[in-house]
Write a protein that binds this ligand. Structure first.
Ligand code: EPS
Length: 382
């Protein structure tokens, strides 16, 4: 829960087993990663995100109960009168000053206004704002800590911003966290920054593509037996739910549609030293909706954000006159930050699938279930 300029965001994470040590510093460092990225607007200079855990931990260890966290909005002080949830402290005049009657093409403004009956579309955009992704990152940071106990590592990097595509032959994944656009290709990085500067100067915005890789995922998460259990379907839905994401690919993705089967499928090989192994990972670590033990590789296409300093045409909903769409302070490009949100969503899905398969009330029980399964699997594969 939480509005972009409300008092705070609140997230409640259910289903974590008891006995898991959770580092709050780690949650906060993930929140800082999300705040960065070349192309973000002035809001990120106001915010300095950090969580307050209000339930579910005792002495830094999970109790098995819901974990509740809040992230305050520093900008709230500037919006209190317009956004106050209580009638006391709320000012109609302030709200009118902040009202949005000119919907932005591509934003939730108009569709949400129609559906919820809001002429003032601030009532929509406050929640449609990607500010809520801070809450996802906080929850995802807990999920990551669970997954790391089982050796699962998740990272993301930007492979396209607008027209600039990173070249895999130049990838250096070590440089991603220090790259202003979180790009593993230094040459593409420079051109991405130029494109963002250009878009900004033109009052425009830019989208792109990020990739998330999850390594050391055990084989056997998800299932082929029912559509809602398929791991690829769950990952696709989770990534697609990130504001501005318009496409998701797994492994080769759309490229697989262009190639014959012989060029797509990863051959199954065996050697006494390695046991069973695969000739490639075009499947992106998932076959039949089940993780196959190879790294899980997913990509998401992020549209350019809809708030444009040089706005598109719209209609004023009060009198239906043509006008320019509303333009307020905004980001120019959010793709680097979206990658961090993507990691969180992948972590939440994988943690859910891990607990579905190895679940227990205490983390030791989960570990025992995991170890006995892995023992069986390794006998089978070697
Ligand atoms: C957003 C607009 C900007 C972004 C915001 C999402 O905020 P503001 O309207 O306050 O300038 O910075 O993103 C965040 C606040 C965030 O934490 O990511 C929008 O309209 O979606």
């Amino acid at each position: 829960a939480g509005e972009s300029h409300g008092r705070s965001l609140t997230v409640i994470l259910l289903g974590m087993p008891a006995g898991l040590k959770v580092s709050i510093d780690r949650i906060n460092s993930e929140l800082r990663r999300r705040q960065g990225g070349y192309g973000r607007g002035e809001r990120m200079r106001i915010e300095s995100d950090g969580v307050e855990v209000t339930a579910g931990l005792r002495g830094g260890v999970t109790l098995g109960s819901p974990i509740a966290m809040t992230i305050g909005n520093r900008d709230w002080v500037n919006w209190e009168k317009a956004m106050s949830p209580e009638p006391e402290g709320f000012s109609e005049e302030e709200a009118e000053l902040r009202a949005v009657y000119r919907p932005r093409p591509g934003h939730a403004d108009l569709a949400g206004g129609i559906k919820y009956g809001h002429m003032d579309m601030r009532n929509v955009l406050e929640r449609a704002s990607a500010r809520e992704t801070a809450a996802r990152v906080a929850a995802g940071a807990v999920a990551k800590q669970l997954l790391e106990l089982f050796g699962v590592r998740i990272r993301s990097y930007v492979i396209r911003i607008g027209p600039v595509e990173a070249d895999r032959s130049r990838f250096d994944l070590e440089r991603v966290e220090s790259s202003p656009v979180r790009c593993p290709d230094p040459e593409a990085e420079a051109r991405m920054i130029e494109e963002i500067d250009k878009a900004k100067a033109e009052g425009d915005s830019l989208g792109g593509v990020f990739e998330v890789a999850a390594e050391e995922v055990p084989p056997g998460l998800g299932s082929h037996v029912h559509w809602h259990l398929r791991l690829d379907a769950r990952l696709a839905a989770a990534l697609m739910s990130i504001p501005a994401v318009k496409g998701v690919e797994i492994g080769l993705g759309f490229k697989a549609a262009e190639l014959p089967g012989s060029k797509v499928h990863d051959e199954i090989l065996y050697s006494p030293e390695k046991g069973l192994f695969r000739g490639g990972n075009n499947a992106g670590g998932i076959e039949g909706g089940i993780s196959n033990g190879e790294p899980i590789i997913v990509r998401a296409a992020v549209k350019p954000i809809p708030t444009l300093k040089r706005p598109l045409r719209s209609v004023d909903l009060r009198d239906k006159t043509p006008c320019e769409a509303a333009a307020e302070r905004s980001d120019v490009c959010v793709v680097p930050a979206a990658g961090v949100v993507g990691e969180a969503m992948v972590a939440l899905v994988l943690a859910d699938a891990m607990l579905e398969k190895f679940g227990g009330d205490h983390i030791d029980e989960v570990k025992r279930n995991f170890e006995s399964y892995m023992e069986r699997v390794s006998k089978w594969l070697t």
